[in-house]
Ligand binder design. Structure first.
Ligand SMILES: O=C(O)C1=C[C@@H](OP(=O)(O)O)[C@@H](O)[C@H](O)C1
Ligand SMILES: C=C(OP(=O)(O)O)C(=O)O
Length: 459
């Protein structure tokens, strides 16, 4: 097989939020002059790509990741693993969205610094890997990353006997003093503020001398499907994992097999495109939708009908059609939804709800205050600035119908805030999204894919 070294392009569209001036200028959200009708493919899943990168680096031989996500978050994960001693090369691929990757595990050396950017998967998955390295690894990230909770990762590693220097902050920056091995064993943690604390430990646990017997003890456990995803990718690589009851996981020590994997499309990133059908009364088809998946984006197929949309499936094609009234106007009903399992979907769901003709209440998402930004505050602020009526609840949002008007929509360095502004801008004239380039976190192609779908004739 031909391989080319993994190289940085001259201008790295995935590398940073510090993008050139013209790409951070406000982006005039395309207004749909008629119902949006189209079909598209979505690039690879962030959550699967970054899990598979970690596991491939910890595996017992080289392997290939087919159709990975090429974005800022996956680039940060690649750089993190490379700096610890993993070789990652680009190889020709069949995906519509770029090259595949060949990962060759190497001895994990520390004495490095890892830039987590704003990627939860990098900041929560990599410290346990760094604990297995021989030498210190310092973790830091964007300003916004320093506000994201890290205390559970830090205290977990300390409880497992790893020396972590965080000066009592419980957040980035901190240094993991790896000694080349982790004993492992029994551990109880509070993962109420992110499922990623659990996934991060489970991903490395087979390499701990005694494996890991992990229990969650806390008021809630969000994003369970993401933990299911972690269990599934571990099992596919021959790791023995048990989940005897909710909130209890056991990973046996042993090798992580080197297997070639293919990444599914990112179903959470499908949300804004499917929302385009719902809010304009159009029809959008996404191909490549997996038959079986642990991705919580699959729940969109049950959630969108609550707004009045129709969902059909034919083979790997999923089609969502919005409803129109007799005069051809989109009809959107408000919804009541507990979104504990799928907080990642909240920004798109709330944007649809803001355009509905009856009230909505979305709960179970208090923890999304700790995502890229405080998403409850950001969504309420931005929708209300456009004339909306959104009230923050302790663990969610209540949205009353309102006539929205145009204005600047702030993104808060949050990819899903940016795409939420685009959804509203489809039917509200004059919405301008600040920093659309922040979509590069998980979907650098967003503006292009969106224009192709919404303005097919002009693009
Ligand atoms: O493990 C993962 O890949 C993720 C888990 C979830 O995090 P939280 O549990 O913090 O919501 C999700 O929201 C995030 O986008 C990705
Ligand atoms: C919460 C998210 O990201 P992260 O992986 O950085 O936590 C997200 O993508 O919605």
């Amino acid at each position: 097989m031909q391989t080319t070294p993994y190289s940085r392009p001259e201008f790295d569209p995935y590398g940073s939020n510090d993008v050139p001036e013209d790409t951070t200028a406000h982006w005039k959200a395309p207004l749909a002059s008629s119902p949006v009708v189209g079909s598209l493919q979505i690039p690879g899943s962030k959550s699967l790509t970054n899990r598979e990168l970690v596991l491939a680096a910890l595996a017992n031989g080289p392997s290939i990741i087919h159709r990975p996500l090429h974005s800022r978050d996956s680039r940060l994960m690649i750089e993190a693993l490379r700096s610890l001693g993993t070789t990652i090369e680009e190889v020709p691929g069949e995906g519509a969205f770029g090259l595949d990757w060949k990962i060759t595990p190497g001895e994990l050396t520390g004495s490095t610094t890892i830039d987590c950017g704003l990627a939860g998967t990098v900041m929560r998955f990599m410290p346990p890997v760094a604990s297995l390295a021989l030498g210190p690894t310092t973790f830091d990230g964007d300003e916004g990353a320093r506000r994201r909770p890290m205390a559970t990762t830090i205290t977990s590693l300390k409880a497992l006997g790893v020396d972590v220097a965080d000066e009592g902050r419980g957040s980035l920056p901190f240094t993991v003093h790896g000694t080349g091995s982790v004993t492992g064993g029994k551990l109880t943690i509070d993962a109420s503020s992110s499922s990623q604390f659990v996934s991060g430990l489970l991903l490395s646990a087979a390499r701990f001398e005694q494996g890991l017997d992990l229990t969650h003890s806390g008021e809630r456990l969000p994003s369970l499907p993401h933990i299911e995803m972690t269990l599934e990718v571990l099992r596919k690589r021959g790791v023995q994992v048990e989940n005897p009851e909710v909130g209890h996981w056991i990973v046996k020590p042993g090798p992580i097999s080197a297997v070639d994997v293919q990444i599914e499309p990112d179903l959470s990133n499908a949300a804004p495109f499917l929302a385009a059908a719902v809010v304009t009364g159009g029809t959008v088809t996404i191909s490549g939708w997996p038959e079986h998946t642990t991705q919580v984006g699959d729940d969109l197929l049950e959630i969108l009908p609550l707004f009045g949309a129709q969902v059909t499936r034919e083979g790997d094609k999923v089609t969502v059609s919005g409803s129109l009234d007799a005069s051809g106007k989109p009809v959107i009903s408000g919804i009541t939804l507990d979104l504990t399992t799928g907080g990642e979907l909240a920004p798109a769901i709330v944007s649809i709800a803001a355009l509905a003709s009856s009230p909505s209440t979305i709960t179970g998402i208090g923890h999304i205050r700790h995502h890229e930004t405080d998403r409850l505050a950001a969504l309420a602020t931005e929708i209300n600035k456009l004339g909306g009526k959104v009230a923050e609840l302790e663990d969610g949002l209540h949205i009353e119908p309102a006539q929205l008007h145009g204005g600047v929509w702030h993104s808060y360095e949050d990819h899903r805030m940016a795409t939420s502004g685009a959804i509203i801008g489809l039917v509200v004239p004059g919405v301008e999204v600040e920093n659309i380039a922040t979509t590069s976190k998980t979907l650098p192609e967003f503006p292009e894919l969106w224009s192709k779908l919404v303005e097919p004739k002009s693009s």
